[in-house]
Design a protein around this ligand. Sequence first.
Ligand code: HSE
Length: 408
Amino acid sequence: MKKKLKIGLFGFGVVGQGLYHVLNETHGVKAEIARICVKNREKKRSLPAGIFTYEAADILNDPAIDVVVELIDDAKAAFQIVKSALEKGKHVVTANKKMLAENLSEIYELQQTHNRSVLYEGSVCGSIPILRNLEEYYDNDLITSIEGIFNGSTNYILTKVFEERKSYGDALKGAQELGFAESDPSLDVKGFDPKFKLTIAIAHTFGVFVKPEEIINIGIDKISAVDLKYARENNLTIKLVARAYKLDGKIVGWVAPQFIPADHMLANVRNEYNAVLVQGAFAEKQVFIGKGAGSYPTGSAVLSDISALTFDYRYEYKKFTQGDALPFSSDVLVDVVISFTHKDSILPADFESFKGGYQGHGLQYMTGSVSLVKLKELSQRNDVSVILAPELNLSSIQKVEEKELLSA
Ligand code: HSE
């Protein structure tokens, strides 16, 4: 595709406006936004009225438009736009992680059927160029694990709570004011948003299309004062980690809060920054860090996809088409610290292997290994907070708390 691309844009919110700005500032990309379809007729717009339309058909039926860029909030409506655009012979760029995660295998099929491309680098970790790297660079290396901080809002909240001792509510408000949070912020704080991103990443890392409901997500919304105290006293921080790796002939994965030691590669990834830690059999560990939310960072990833279309780029889904993908499973044991307020909320019998606990001063927690499925169930109890601790020696941490009990 050598000519200048004509873009029909759906949505003119945080990312749509970011894209408009970065496209205007960049001279190397041969593309122009010809039409923008928006929903709200009352909203004051920063561009002349003539560029806007309220009818999807004005873009979808316009043969002069080559590329549909879909940046709306509503995942169901977004999928209809993507389908219609492909049926009409247009390429698509989207950053809608929920829509992609829920429909990825159908979107793969639609691309084959209509011989058109759907690109979505901006959907996973904002500005970090991870999908094209998974597709192209890690084409031959055997990736054993992908993990990281896949949500900017929660990382911003955790940073503010830890470093500035802000309240959770104030920190969340900050993430909303800065345009990082979803319009329904429970998608961020309960771990759904990073789960959608993990679903997409798993397809490009391991070649398996998993439904998001198959992946367990536990959020940061119940992190307690005990957890924060515990982390501070043990030189740890807490991050919401999305993770998937090969284990005994299957792919296991989840999203959950995790204690991170100060010297861990993810420890200093702060505020709305995201990080992706890839482990390959040969390359070993590599980390990508970049802004995971916000108008211009996400707009720049969308622009990069538009630019890729100018040279006819398509995802090949190589790991999927190679046909030897492993099945996804949540059947795995995880090391965890569970804190709770009611005495019998959690019992040693809940653990596959119980390592110890602490009780006193109205605080209590237990540590050990639990099945992931059981952990999800425990995490839904009102007074319970769970934080994974995969790289910690839980029994040595318990001793720290015993010392504290003696000195208290
Ligand atoms: N709400 C998302 C986040 C936006 O905070 O990461 C970027 O996907």
